[in-house]
Write a protein that binds this ligand. Structure first.
Ligand code: HEM
Length: 501
């Protein structure tokens, strides 16, 4: 009994010691970074976390608070969470220095968190999350040809075909009364597109997105949002969700594996010459001495995750902005009528003629970037805007914040596509919705072609109206998306009808 008491006493003493040591360490970290401007910490241990958690609970948008801090504290702002400190760098010079160079890797601590999802391998070492430069470079070199101009031109047929299927679904709703979420519809079409062009899969999410594969993609995205809540995996009320997300991650990998086997078989028997992303991945794989199927599956999932929701969010934010700005919508419809008339499908050449549509899409990405920013890790000390940042620190870069600062964009909260007209000055390292430098988005041109085809057809065929009472708030669900899903009502456009008659 006595021995038990002594052991308990010793354990308590050790815990107390560990706690005191941790307090000293947190204090040391504070001293190391407190010369960097930042908002007062809400708690000694938790730093700014209670402020963020409080906002999350009220569905408030934390990036707007960061914007206020950027305005108040300047271009280098400190963020505390436990003993970790991240520094927001919001000067064009800082963005240029760190994003344009291959020297600064992505932050392992943050990107590593989506290697697995609730214990199941998820994005692993795929192209978005891989932090090791050599490993990333090898993969990127293999993938680049699948995103070359020649290859993308060949995708116009699929973009047109899938966008046309979307139009058919929208026609069924276009009675001026039915209310539906534009975000949902855009998610379905972009999922069908990426499945087809990346892996030759016909998902038909537009007809039914509750079939197992599209549902699994939606579930893992939901899992990515939810896993940011600390200890969620262990909460009794969340076990059903956790299980469903784990099963979804397994299902995606299983389908990926089947797809891989079938394609290998087709290549072996000389049947296959599709130049899609999968063929490209397999070609690269053939050059490797060690075959790493798990890495291939990482990329299978990565392309589904990175390649559809982002574009869907951009498209629905654009519809939201246009419905709020009738004069811009009218000008855009005039351009589409002028370039397309009643023509059903777009040619590659038409895309270049839709210049105002390009401007509208760019302006939409300034105010509503689906990916708000990126992170880098510095191993050595740096001085940014005259402020010393200690070695071994995470740097945060935000196009959302910089895109909304008066300093960089006059009257920043006004939706004005003319900022991106041919003669307007180009934004200098303060606008990077696709990131910048070597780790920038490989799918940028792909996404903007797809977005243009979908938007042009939508504008050609329909008048849209927003259902009243929506908040127009943004939701940070890993990517930024419209909180209310852009609820719309549609009517066929009389211009398009008369063109077709
Ligand atoms: C509007 C649509 C899109 C936006 C706004 C967007 C944005 C971005 C951003 C900001 C990054 C950098 C991420 C980071 O630093 O962590 C990125 C990377 C990436 N994106 Fe996109 N993206 C879009 C569409 C696409 C599409 C359609 C694909 C695939 C077909 C794609 C595939 C990727 C991949 C593979 C990477 C990692 C690139 C690398 O590190 O080499 N994205 N994207």
């Amino acid at each position: 009994m006595e021995a038990l008491g002594a052991a308990a006493g010793l354990l308590l003493a050790l815990c107390l010691l560990a706690f005191c040591l941790y307090c000293c360490y947190v204090k040391y970290i504070h001293a190391k970074y407190d010369h960097i401007p930042g908002a007062p910490r809400a708690s000694f241990f938790l730093g700014h976390l209670p402020i963020f958690w409080g906002m999350l609970g009220k569905q408030e948008f934390v990036h707007d608070l960061f914007l206020q801090w950027a305005e108040k504290y300047g271009p280098v702002v400190r963020l505390n969470a436990f003993h970790r400190v991240s520094i927001m760098v919001l000067s064009p010079e800082g963005v240029k220095e760190f994003l344009m160079s291959p020297q600064y890797p992505k932050d392992r601590f943050v990107y590593g968190r989506i290697y697995n999802i609730f214990g199941e391998r998820f994005l692993g070492n795929g192209l978005v999350t891989v932090c090791n430069h050599e490993h990333w470079h090898k993969q990127r070199k293999i993938m680049d040809p699948a995103f070359s101009r020649t290859y993308l031109m060949g995708l116009m047929e699929t973009f047109n075909e899938k966008a046309e299927e979307l139009m058919e679904k929208l026609e069924e709703k276009a009675d001026g009364k039915k209310e539906f979420s534009m975000l949902t519809m855009m998610n379905r079409v972009t999922m069908d597109v990426i499945a087809k062009v990346a892996f030759g899969l016909e998902l038909n999410a537009l007809s039914d997105d509750q079939t197992p594969f599209p549902h699994a993609v939606t579930m893992v995205l939901e899992g990515m949002t939810q896993m940011r809540i600390p200890f969620l995996q262990y909460m009794p009320g969340k076990q059903k969700l956790v299980k469903e997300v784990q099963e979804s991650a397994r299902l995606l990998r299983r389908v990926g594996r089947e797809c891989l086997e079938q394609r290998r078989e087709a290549i072996r028997s000389g049947k296959e010459d599709t130049l899609d992303i999968l063929t490209q991945i397999l070609k690269g794989d053939a050059l490797e001495e060690t075959r790493d199927d798990e890495n291939i599956l990482d990329n299978f999932i990565t392309f589904f995750v990175a390649g559809h929701e982002t574009t869907a969010n951009q498209l629905s934010f654009t519809v939201m902005a246009l419905a709020q700005h009738p004069e811009i919508l009218e000008r855009l419809q005039a351009e589409v009528d002028d370039v397309l008339g009643a023509k059903r499908d777009l040619d590659y050449e038409d895309l270049g003629k839709l210049t105002y549509l390009s401007q509208v899409l760019k302006e939409s990405l300034r105010l509503y970037p689906p990916v708000p920013g990126t992170l880098r890790w510095i191993d050595k000390e740096h001085v940014v805007s005259g402020i010393r940042i200690p070695a071994k620190t995470t740097l945060v870069f935000s196009t959302y914040i910089m895109g909304r600062m008066e300093k960089h964009f006059k009257d920043p909260l006004t939706f004005n596509p003319d900022r991106f007209s041919k003669d307007a000055p180009k934004p200098y390292y303060c606008y990077f919705p696709f990131s910048l430098g070597p780790r920038s988005c490989i799918g940028q041109a792909f996404a903007q072609m797809e977005a243009k085809v979908v938007m042009a057809k939508l504008l050609q065929r329909f008048e849209f109206e927003l259902v009243p009472g929506q908040s127009f708030k943004l939701l940070d669900a890993g990517t930024l998306r419209p909180l209310d899903g852009v609820m719309c009502k549609l009517k066929p456009r009389s211009v398009a009808r008369s063109c077709q008659e």
